[in-house]
Design a protein around this ligand. Sequence first.
Ligand SMILES: CC(=O)N[C@H]1CCN(c2c(Cl)cnc3[nH]c(-c4cn(C)nc4C)nc23)C1
Length: 277
Amino acid sequence: SATSTGRKQWSIHDFEIGKPLGKGKFGRVYLAREVKSKFIVALKIIFKEQIEKHGLYNQLRREMEIQFNLQHPNVLRLYGWFHDDQRIVLILEYAHGGELYRHLRKSGSFSEKQAATYIASLTQALAYCHEKHVIHRDIKPENLLLDHEGRLKIADFGWSVQLKSESKRMTMCGTLDYLAPEMVEEKAHDYAVDNWTLGVLCYELLYGVPPFEAESQKDTFRRIMKVDLSFPSCPIVSPEAKDLISRLLVKDSTKRLSLKEILEHPWVVQNAEWSQV
Ligand SMILES: CC(=O)N[C@H]1CCN(c2c(Cl)cnc3[nH]c(-c4cn(C)nc4C)nc23)C1
């Protein structure tokens, strides 16, 4: 039944539920098929008592509003949602290729062309998000999916924020390896955190491990705060790639390359498969 806004009112009966795909932050994600159109989607099923118990209702609402309004080829679509008395269900785009993370673990590290293509896609997606005043803040391989053509999709806006005014946001989030110095210090931060995480991701795509990995959390924090960056001699990585990484992993957030400068960087221009971006 269509609501007054003309948007279709979905219900669980419109879908055949398939295999579990994995766990998102608030609930489980299942492969599903819309009965009439046979369109394949991912359904993220979230239990209301989970959300209420952790007081995450506003965060979930924000995640849904943000993702519903973001429409970009490299951002996983939120097509709609519905709820019953126990559950909230998000109807998400299904990424056939699964998590970038698994492909990275399987191959160890990516070629410079592959890594540059992912970085270019992600940079364009982030530029789009920033235009809409959205900071993702949780860019890590686990939240990046691939579609059937191998095109990158940012998923899971669980920690993203919509900057209402230009005020800065103060909340802890994300795994440690990807935290920017200003987040480690829980200082006010802004869009530039996503630029830092692009540097961390680029390093991990090329070397297979994040740049500030350490035995303990404390040591990881210390390495981040010192920007203790070193490039292993293996695998061989071009000086241009190292140059880009070094211009992103800069402590002073105002000195990091901007998203536009990343897209114009020689390494990205020479290596990204722009057809894939
Ligand atoms: C952070 C997060 O939401 N992680 C995952 C859970 C499944 N989910 C998916 C979402 Cl939200 C969308 N599409 C997906 N495709 C897959 C997937 C495909 N293969 C072959 N293997 C997997 C896994 N997973 C998803 C996102």
